[in-house]
Ligand binder design. Structure first.
Ligand code: ADP
Length: 424
């Protein structure tokens, strides 16, 4: 803030009086020479004083103006810096957003696009292009022509075919200030839609899986009820079938529970000796393997540690092992646990029926079965491998499969190794 100093003009009046005396002495004939000279000197000195005072006042004014000028200049610089900082912050915000955002002029030509927009449409520099050029969607033109206000933006859901099929919820609105700008913000609904589809497919598949055994239980029970003269042998066969259908339903309910339990909460981590855990599961399955006339080979070091939930890891091992038993008619099953780099690997290898290459990419999907009848016959639910994959991935690991038809399959689970504290 500038403070104006007030000048004290007292001596200026004395100077004016002196100059008046100078002129008085100059024109007054009656004055004696000496008096005249004194008045003239006083007058001249007063004149000089007046000049000095004018110069001083001028330089004071000049100083004041230059101070004002400097203050205005620094005020302007500060305002410019503040404006630039706000602009940078604004750019940081829009660049950091995961939502694609476009700023267009009133004709729909892109003036600015954030990082998410460039990435979503794999377009290096959208500036200067139209939204149609960048998004290849005619639907998005509605968003520019019908753009609403900031309080009431125009909303539309559109499909973008390229670079990959996506569904977006688009908001568009026109700026309140001039020059008018159209803002277009897009929220990617694809992952949500995919999840909804997986859910609805799952519900449809699960109800189908439930209905099939229920229908067959009902028809067998009705046959027994409607035919009291049915031979005892047939009746017993029907009742046996009812019991196996009920067992199948129980297996399905168990697997559905395991899957929903594994999906609905985070894993409770603790240190697990994976070698030991696999050894226990193998020893519980040993009798079943021998009964089927298969050989069993097991190889594991004393201790290999992983971090995870023991109960879920047991589920992984027993699902892989029971599949190996189920789909192997003769030969052997080999179970190995070994370290590899920073991982602990579980390998379950069988000499079973194998899986042809066209089915391999799909066997981890829920309810996917290569041979539905064989899976049903052996009590399979079609959920075992999807449970394995879910648990392994939630433990930070991955599961792989190699298989050859009529030769056998090898399933490999890789889990991050838990090193002892202090180890490099
Ligand atoms: P299921 O309960 O039917 O065994 P899974 O999810 O465990 O369901 O496996 C999916 C499908 O993968 C099985 O139906 C079967 O066709 C195939 N499969 C799984 N493990 C093996 C294996 N060890 N050998 C041959 N086929 C297998």
């Amino acid at each position: 803030m500038l403070i104006r100093r007030k000048e004290t003009p007292r001596y200026q009046w004395l100077a004016v009086l002196g100059v008046a005396l100078f002129f008085f002495a100059l024109v007054w004939e009656g004055l004696r020479d000496i008096t005249k000279i004194v008045w003239l000197v006083i007058g001249a000195l007063s004149g000089i004083l007046i000049m000095l005072s004018v110069v001083k006042s001028l330089s004071f004014r000049l100083g004041e103006w230059s101070r004002e000028l400097r203050a205005t200049r620094s005020e302007l610089r500060r305002t410019k810096e503040e404006k630039e900082a706000i602009q940078r912050q604004f750019e940081d915000v829009i660049e950091g957003l995961e939502t694609p955002l476009f700023i267009c002029d009133s004709h729909g030509t892109i003036l600015n696009a954030n990082r998410a927009a460039k990435e979503a449409f794999a377009f290096k520099e959208p500036k200067g292009h139209t939204l149609l050029d960048v998004t290849l969607s005619h639907d998005i033109l509605h968003a520019t022509t019908n753009a609403g206000t900031r309080e009431k933006p125009y909303k539309i859901e559109i499909n973008i075919p390229a670079p990959s099929d996506h569904v977006y919820h688009v908001l568009s609105w026109v700026s309140e200030s001039e020059p008018k700008r159209i803002f277009i913000a897009m929220t990617d609904l694809t992952p949500m839609r995919r999840l909804e589809k997986i859910r609805s497919d799952f519900v449809a598949n699960a109800s189908h899986e439930l209905r099939t055994p229920m229908a067959s239980i009902r028809s067998m029970a009705e046959t027994i009820l409607d035919n009291p003269d049915l031979p005892q042998e047939t009746k017993e066969r029907y009742l046996q079938n009812i019991i196996s259908e009920v067992d199948r339903l129980t297996n399905l309910a168990d697997d559905l529970l395991v899957l929903s339990y594994a999906e609905s909460r985070p894993i409770k981590k603790s240190e697990v000796n994976f070698s030991e855990l696999v050894r226990e599961v193998v020893s519980k399955t040993e009798r079943q393997i021998q009964e089927k006339g298969l050989k069993l080979f097991f190889e594991a070091p004393e201790s290999l540690m992983v971090e995870g939930e023991a109960e879920q890891l047991v589920q992984v091992v027993s699902n892989l092992l029971s599949n190996a038993v189920r789909y192997t008619l003769e030969g052997s099953i080999t179970v190995r646990v070994y370290p590899s780099d920073n991982e602990v690997v579980l390998e379950v290898k069988d000499t079973g029926i194998g899986i042809s290459s066209e089915h391999l990419p799909r066997i981890f999907e829920r309810f996917y079965r290569v041979d539905r009848a064989r899976s049903r016959e052996t009590g399979g639910t079609g959920l075992g491998l999807s449970i394995v994959r879910h648990i392994v991935e939630s433990h930070g690991g991955k599961v792989e499969v190699e298989s050859e038809l009529n030769v056998g399959s090898t399933f490999r689970v890789r889990l991050p190794m838990k090193k002892p504290v202090g180890a490099a």
